[in-house]
Ligand binder design. Structure first.
Ligand code: GLU
Length: 430
C-alpha cells in the first residue's frame, strides 16, 4: 500500500496496519492521481486541520471516578463550519476519528453542503453505562468541547453508539454555558427541542434512494424481484430495511451484532423491528434461518448493504460475495484490497460518502431550520433530500464516465475538486 503521508510527523494511531486513516489516504491518493490539482492543494488537504484529545472523569454508580478519553478532529474548514458525528465505541482511536473526519469533508462537499468535515469519539461501551453515567459522560465531554463547538464553528451529530438523547444533553450543556437555548449547535436532536422531521430515518432512507438510482441505471426496476441483504440493524440498517420493505423490495437477509437471519422469500421487516424494540436483539426471531455475520455477507442477493461498521468487506470475503451491487451505508466498510477485487469482478459499489450522505443532508436542513427558527414538514424534508441525493449521484456518474473510474474514485474526485478550488480561491493564510 502506498501511503505518502510522513508518518513520523503524525503523533498517534497509525501503528495498526492498514489503519482507517491509511485507508482514507490511499483513497485520496487514488483520486488526486487522476486529477490535475495544484500540488500545494493536494498536500494541504491530506492533513487534518486540528485534533483535540481530552481525558475526563465520570463518577460511576459505585462512587468511583473513572477516566475516559475522547477526541474531536476538524479535518477542514475550507467550505464552512465543521460538521460530523460523535461516536461512542470501544474501537475509537484518534486514527479512526481522523479518517472519519476526512470522509466527512468529502461527503459534505460531494452533496454540496456548506461545511467542512469533523468527527468525534469517546472510547467507551455505551451499553455498559447507566443512563445517569451516560448523561454525565456526555455532558462532561460536551463541556470539554466548548472551545470547539458552536452553531458557526462545529456542529456535532449522532454516529455509532449515540442518538437524539446525547444530542439533547450536548445542546443543553452548551446552552447553559452561553445562557440561551442554542438549537443549531447540534443536529440529530429530538424533535421537541428543535430537531428536524425525518432526521432519524434520513440516513437509511438516503441509502435506499441511492440504491434506487444504481438499480435504475442497470435496468433493474421490478422491486419485488430484487433481493437485498443488510448487515447491521442500528439506526441506519433498520431504517434502510424499513424503507426498502415499504418500496416493495425483498429484504432477504438482516443482521445485528449477534448474528443474522436469512429468508430467500423475504423477511417480515415490520415484525423484525417490533421484535427488536421488545428484545433488543434479533436472536430468537422466528421467520428466517440463522446465519453468522460473515455468512450473511456472502448470501446470494442483488444488493448488499453493509450498514454496520468499517472494515467488513475485505480481501478475505470480497471474492466470495454473490451480489450485483454494494451500497455502503456504513462509513468505510470496504478495505482498499476488497475495492480492487470488487472492481475486477464488475460489481458496482456506491461509496459511503454518497450512499450514507442522507444523514448529514438532513442534519443540514435541521441546522438551517434551527438558525431560521422556521420548521419544515416531513414531505418537504424528504423531497429536498431526494433532490440533493439524485443530483449528487448524477454528478458522480458524470465524473466516473468522463475519467473512466469507479464510483468511489469519482465521488472523491468530485468532492476533492470543489474543496481544492475553494482553497485556491481563499488562498493559503497568511
Ligand atoms: N454521523 C453521520 C455521518 O457519518 C452524520 C453526520 C452529521 O449529520 O453531521 O455522516
Amino acid at each position: 500500500m502506498v501511503v505518502s503521508l510522513n508518518h513520523s510527523q503524525m503523533q498517534h494511531g497509525l501503528e495498526m496496519a492498514p489503519s482507517a486513516y491509511e485507508n482514507a489516504l490511499t483513497q485520496y491518493d487514488r483520486a488526486v492521481n487522476k486529477m490535475n490539482l495544484d500540488e500545494n492543494v493536494v498536500e494541504f488537504m491530506r492533513w487534518p486541520q486540528r485534533e483535540f484529545t481530552v481525558n475526563f472523569p465520570v463518577r460511576r454508580e459505585n462512587g468511583k471516578i473513572e477516566m475516559f478519553t475522547g477526541y474531536r478532529v476538524h479535518h477542514s474548514t475550507v467550505m464552512g463550519p465543521c460538521k460530523g458525528g460523535i461516536r461512542y465505541s470501544t474501537n475509537v482511536t484518534l486514527d479512526e476519528v481522523r479518517a472519519l473526519a476526512m470522509l466527512m469533508t468529502w461527503k459534505c462537499s460531494l452533496v454540496g453542503l456548506p461545511y467542512g468535515g469533523a468527527k468525534g469519539g469517546v472510547l467507551v461501551d455505551p451499553k455498559a453505562l447507566t443512563l445517569r453515567e451516560r448523561e454525565s459522560l456526555t455532558r462532561r465531554y460536551a463541556s470539554e468541547l466548548l472551545p470547539l463547538i458552536s452553531p458557526h464553528s462545529d456542529i456535532p451529530a449522532p454516529d455509532m453508539g449515540t442518538g437524539p438523547q446525547e444530542m439533547a444533553w450536548i445542546m443543553d450543556t452548551y446552552s447553559m454555558t452561553v445562557g440561551y437555548a442554542a438549537r443549531a449547535v447540534v443536529t440529530g436532536k429530538p424533535i421537541n427541542i428543535g430537531g428536524s422531521q425525518g432526521r432519524n430515518e434520513a440516513t437509511g432512507r438516503g441509502v435506499i434512494i441511492t440504491m434506487g438510482e444504481a438499480l435504475n441505471r442497470i435496468g433493474m426496476t421490478n422491486n419485488s424481484n430484487i433481493s437485498v441483504v443488510i448487515q447491521g440493524f442500528g439506526n441506519v440498517g433498520s431504517h434502510a430495511a424499513s424503507h426498502a420493505h415499504e418500496l416493495g423490495f425483498k429484504v432477504v437477509g438482516v443482521s445485528d451484532i449477534d448474528g443474522g437471519l436469512h429468508n430467500e422469500n423475504g423477511l417480515d421487516i415490520p415484525a423484525i423491528r417490533q421484535w427488536m424494540d421488545e428484545h433488543n436483539t434479533l436472536a430468537g426471531f422466528k421467520g428466517g434461518d440463522t446465519v453468522t455475520n460473515s455468512e450473511l455477507l456472502t448470501l446470494p442477493c442483488d444488493v448488499l448493504i453493509p450498514a454496520a461498521m468499517e472494515g467488513q468487506i475485505t480481501e478475505h470475503n470480497a471474492s466470495h460475495l454473490r451480489t450485483k451491487l454494494i451500497i455502503e451505508a456504513a462509513n468505510g466498510p470496504t478495505t482498499i484490497e476488497a475495492d480492487d477485487i470488487i472492481n475486477d469482478r464488475g460489481i458496482t459499489l456506491v461509496p459511503d460518502i454518497l450512499a450514507n450522505a442522507g444523514g448529514v443532508i438532513v442534519s443540514y436542513f435541521e441546522w438551517v431550520q434551527g438558525l431560521q427558527e422556521f420548521f419544515w414538514d416531513k414531505e418537504e424534508v424528504f423531497r429536498q433530500l431526494e433532490r440533493i441525493l439524485v443530483r449528487s449521484y448524477d454528478a458522480t456518474v458524470a465524473t466516473a464516465e468522463k475519467h473512466n473510474v469507479d464510483l468511489r474514485t469519482a465521488a472523491q474526485m468530485t468532492a476533492i475538486q470543489r474543496v481544492g478550488d475553494a482553497l485556491l480561491t481563499r488562498g493559503f493564510y497568511p
